[in-house]
Design a protein around this ligand. Structure first.
Ligand code: SAM
Ligand code: SF4
Ligand code: F3S
Length: 442
């Protein structure tokens, strides 16, 4: 019988990258990918533990799989990712439908573990931290991603231990991949037709391999002709070095949107969160970057109603959102994560938290709406990612990551073309292809 795997992915871009790399690996033992769950004889759920009731979401999802296969042969069920790492043993006990749990640093063992399970039919818990072994192994399999815009993990794990965050416990200590292996993988992606690479890491700007830094990687990838755009995420203000800032003045391909999470506009809160920098440090980075290129815009993540946040702290966050005009940003109500220092702190009343979130989101949405509106009747550069089969419209993104829908031609996919923006809403620009970009603004 042919082996077919269905992969469902929750969480951050790194999980998306991991899911692709897991598939590149299981291909070696004969698996084909299916997008139809009923067709699969292996179901893999790649999970995220960052917020909310992540654990419950996993059991809920497995419940649905059970339902789907009620009158059919049970598939091999694998739970991967950050919840698997955090909940391993308990998960196997609570839900006997799960056969294998495998943590993010153990994917190099996945083929071996699948074969072991198929032979012995004994539940498997594989959750060691072995990032070096994982990447040594994965380097043997070419990254098959051929999406116009693809991810490339360069760094994994975190040593910063912000008090709210579960990542250091689920992804383990900071690890940077070999410089040469990353460049080799970037060249493979270019050969596959990829035009935009987003370099990934939980602390991507902490990348340090034999003294090669993120700035060196960007400048080396820049030399690959087929790659037209470079991005990186997620960075930490503490690791925003002058070398990296200077690259914005040198690089022709590094995009002018800097995603630099601030979390809060209050020094008191940054201290309570253990962020290890203050607002002035952040403003200094902002000023340096905008001096180098006034077109640079910032995006950020914010945690609202972290324990200890009072009205004054909250207002400082709001002021900074208005002052720095963050675009394309994320905001979340604090969610206590098991095992973190903040999980023991007294939480803020739900109603207050929700009200604060609404105010913050309104300010962020306003920034976004204003930016999008300002582009109407202007011409912007868009990298064309795909065609929507339903309405024959094309989809792409501006340099600032804004989703854009427009009329174009099939041969434009994978190219950067000029789009005249006709209308916009909060999240999307709408326009049509034009031939000259005399009025380029974004
Ligand atoms: N390394 C990045 C940094 O230091 O800013 C963040 C990576 S984390 C995967 C993505 C975002 O999730 C964080 O920036 C934070 O805003 C949010 N987050 C993390 N833990 C959270 C929690 N316990 N409650 C709410 N939001 C959280
Ligand atoms: Fe989490 Fe980012 Fe802090 Fe690391 S630096 S603990 S990944 S929020
Ligand atoms: Fe979630 Fe793990 Fe990414 S907790 S955000 S999948 S690092």
């Amino acid at each position: 019988m042919s082996k077919k795997i269905f992969i469902k992915t929750f969480g951050c871009q790194m999980n998306e990258y991991d899911s692709n790399r897991i598939f590149d690996t299981v291909k070696e033992i004969g698996f084909k990918k299916t997008n139809i769950i009923d067709d699969a004889n292996c179901y893999l759920l790649n999970t995220c533990h960052i917020r909310d009731k992540a654990k419950e979401k996993v059991y809920h999802e497995i419940g649905r799989v059970k339902q789907t296969f009620k009158s059919k042969k049970k598939p091999l069920v694998i739970v991967a990712g950050c919840v698997a790492q955090a909940e391993n043993e308990q998960m196997l006990k609570r839900e006997p439908y799960i056969d294998i749990v495998i943590g993010p640093q153990s994917y190099h063992n996945i083929n071996y573990k699948i074969e072991e399970f198929l032979e012995k039919q004994k539940k498997i818990d594989e959750t060691e931290f072995e990032a070096n072994l994982k990447f040594d192994y994965l380097n043997k399999f070419e990254n098959s991603s051929s999406k116009v815009s693809s991810f490339l993990t360069i760094q994994e794990g975190c040593d910063k231990f912000c008090h709210f965050c579960v990542v250091p416990y689920t992804r383990g200590p900071e690890y940077s991949r070999s410089f040469d292996e990353i460049i080799k993988e970037a060249k493979i992606l270019a050969k596959n037709g990829v035009k935009e690479i987003t370099l990934l890491g939980q602390n991507v700007n902490a990348y340090n391999y034999e003294n090669y830094k993120l700035s060196d990687l960007i400048l080396e990838i820049e030399k690959i002709n087929e790659i037209k755009r470079i991005r990186y995420t997620t960075s930490h203000p503490k690791d925003m070095t002058d070398e990296l800032i200077d690259v914005y003045g040198i690089s022709k391909k590094l995009m002018p949107l800097v995603h630099l999470p601030l979390q809060s506009g209050s020094n008191k809160m940054l201290k309570l969160m253990n962020r290890n920098h203050n607002i002035q440090d952040y403003l200094n980075i902002y000023k340096k970057l905008v001096n180098i290129n006034p077109m640079i815009k910032f995006s950020s993540d914010f945690i609202i109603a972290y324990p200890g946040e009072d009205e004054n702290d909250f207002n400082r966050t709001l002021e900074l959102i208005k002052k720095l005009r963050f675009v394309n940003s994320f905001s979340f109500i604090f969610s206590p994560r098991p095992g973190t220092i903040a999980s023991k702190l007294k939480t803020i009343d739900n109603k207050i938290s929700l009200k604060r979130l609404q105010i913050i989101q309104k300010a962020l949405f306003n920034n976004q709406i204003n930016m999008n509106k300002s582009l109407e009747n202007k011409i912007v550069d868009v990298l064309v990612e795909n065609k929507n089969k339903k309405d024959n419209k094309f989809f792409g993104r501006t340099e600032y990551m804004t989703s854009t829908i427009f009329d174009a031609n099939d041969e434009d996919v994978g190219k950067i073309i000029s789009i005249k923006i006709i209308s916009s809403n909060q999240n999307t620009l709408f326009g049509k292809k034009v031939h000259k970009s005399k009025l380029k603004v974004a």
